[in-house]
Design a protein around this ligand. Structure first.
Ligand SMILES: Cc1ncc(COP(=O)(O)O)c(C=O)c1O
Length: 389
C-alpha cells in the first residue's frame, strides 16, 4: 500500500500546473518504464520479444481490477476515441447522446450512422439542454433507444455524471461511458456501465498513445465488432479470418508495448494508493481554489450547485456542435472567462528559476481578505513583487 504522499512524490510537474483536463504531466515512473522498454527494443536480445508481448496482459490485468471486470473483457487501445469508435460501429438502434459532449462520442455515432445505413441512430440531446442528469435522460428516452452514451465527467464544467442513478433510469439499455475526464480521480461505479473507454494522458499521467476499453458481458453480446483488424482477428493466413473472442475483437493493429507498459505502471501505482485517496486529495485542493475564487467573485464553472449552475451553464446558442449543426461562434467559457480573472482581486505571479530561462518555476496565488481594491493592489505588489495581473 502506498500513501498519498508517496504517490504524489512520483510527480515532477511544475507547481501551479492546472491543465489536467487537457494533459496530465507524465509521472516519473512512467518515463522510467519507457526508458527500460525502449532499451529492450533497442537491443532486442534473446527473450526481449516475450517481455514486449507480456505488456498487453499486464495492462489488461490492472485495468480490469480498476473497472471491476475480467481481463478478457478489457482491450488495449491507443486512446479513448478508438474504443468509442469500435463501440459505435457495433451498435444497433437508437443511441442517446448529447450534442455538447466532447466530439469523440457524437462524431463516432454520426460516422457509424452514415456508414451503417441507419443501423446506428444517434438520438441527439440538443446543445444547451444542460447537464446529463438522470431526469433529463429519463425525459429523452424512447422505446427506440437501445443505448445511452455519455461522459463520466463533462469536459467543460467538470460535472460528474451519476452513473448508478442513470443505470436505474435506463434499465437494460447499454450504458456507454467516455471516462477520460475522470478516470483515475473518480471512484465511480464502473461496473454499472457496459462500455468504459479511457485514455491515459490526463489523470493517469501516462502520456499519449495509451488507453483501454472495457465491456460488460451484455455489451460483448450486443455490440458486434465491425472494425477488427489483424490484431482483432484470428485464423489468417490459412483460414478465413474470424474475430477473436470477447473484448480482443475490438482491436485493429498491435498497440505499442512501450505505451502499454507506460499505462500499466501508472495503473499499478494508482491501484497501490487507491483511487479514493487521490479523489480526496484532489477534492481538497479544488475546494481551496474554489474558496479563493468565491472570495473574489471569480466565475466558477463547477458542478457544486447543480440546479443553479445547470441554468447558468447552458452553453451559448448559435454554436457549431459535433453533429454539424451550425449554431454560431461562441468560444468555450473557460477561454472567455480569462479576461474576468484579470479584474479580480487575486494576485497571480509566475516565478522563474534563476537558470531556467523562460520556464515558470512557481505560480503564486495570494488571498486579500476584506481589502479595498487599492489596498489589494498594494498588498499584491508587496507580497508578489508584481502588479496585479
Ligand atoms: C471527454 C473527452 N473524451 C475524449 C477525449 C479525447 O480523448 P483521446 O484523445 O484519448 O481519444 C477528450 C480529450 O480532451 C475528452 O475530454
Amino acid at each position: 500500500m502506498t500513501t498519498i504522499d508517496e504517490y504524489v512524490a512520483g510527480f515532477a510537474e511544475e507547481p501551479g500546473y492546472l491543465d489536467h483536463a487537457a494533459f496530465g504531466p507524465v509521472q516519473t515512473a512512467v518515463l522510467e518504464e519507457q526508458r527500460v522498454l525502449g532499451h529492450i527494443q533497442e537491443h532486442m536480445r534473446f527473450g526481449a520479444m516475450e517481455t514486449l508481448d507480456e505488456q498487453d496482459a499486464r495492462v489488461r490485468a490492472v485495468a480490469a481490477r480498476l473497472v471491476r471486470r475480467r481481463e478478457d473483457q478489457v482491450v488495449s487501445q491507443t486512446a479513448t476515441t478508438p474504443g468509442l469508435l469500435h463501440t459505435a460501429f457495433g451498435l444497433t438502434g437508437g443511441v442517446l447522446v448529447a450534442a455538447d459532449e466532447y466530439p469523440s462520442l457524437p462524431l463516432a455515432l454520426a460516422s457509424a450512422a452514415s456508414a451503417t445505413g441507419g443501423r446506428v441512430q444517434p438520438v441527439v440531446i440538443e446543445s444547451g439542454a444542460g447537464w446529463l442528469t438522470p431526469d433529463l435522460i429519463r425525459e429523452r428516452l424512447s422505446d427506440d433507444v437501445t443505448a445511452v452514451a455519455l461522459s463520466l465527467v463533462d469536459w467543460r464544467t467538470g460535472y460528474l455524471a451519476d452513473l448508478a442513478a442513470i443505470r436505474d433510469v435506463i434499465g437494460d439499455r447499454l450504458l456507454i461511458v467516455d471516462a477520460i475526464q475522470g478516470f483515475g480521480i473518480v471512484d465511480a461505479p464502473y461496473e454499472v456501465a457496459d462500455v468504459v473507454a479511457t485514455g491515459g494522458q490526463k489523470w493517469l499521467h501516462a502520456g499519449w498513445g495509451t488507453g483501454f476499453t472495457a465491456f460488460s458481458d451484455r455489451a460483448l453480446e450486443r455490440v458486434k465488432p465491425a472494425l477488427s483488424g489483424p490484431h482483432g482477428t484470428t485464423g489468417w493466413p490459412i483460414d478465413v479470418p474470424s474475430v477473436r473472442p470477447a473484448a480482443a475483437a475490438f482491436a485493429m493493429s498491435r498497440v505499442d508495448p512501450v505505451s502499454q507498459a507506460r499505462l500499466a505502471v501508472s495503473l499499478e501505482r494508482l491501484t497501490a494508493v487507491g483511487v479514493a485517496a487521490v479523489q480526496e486529495r484532489i477534492a481538497d485542493r479544488v475546494d481551496r481554489i474554489i474558496d479563493i475564487a468565491d472570495e473574489f467573485g471569480l466565475p466558477v464553472e463547477s458542478s457544486r450547485d447543480p440546479p443553479r449552475a445547470c441554468r447558468d451553464r447552458r452553453p451559448p446558442t448559435r454554436r457549431r456542435t459535433a453533429h454539424g449543426a451550425h449554431r454560431g461562434d461562441a468560444q468555450p467559457r473557460r477561454h472567455r472567462d480569462r479576461s474576468s480573472r484579470r479584474g479580480a482581486g487575486v494576485c497571480v505571479r509566475v516565478h522563474h528559476g534563476r537558470d531556467a530561462g523562460h520556464v515558470p518555476r512557481r505560480v503564486h496565488l495570494v488571498r486579500h481578505d476584506g481589502l479595498t481594491p487599492a489596498l489589494r493592489a498594494r498588498r499584491c505588489s508587496a507580497s508578489c513583487g508584481a502588479e496585479r495581473s
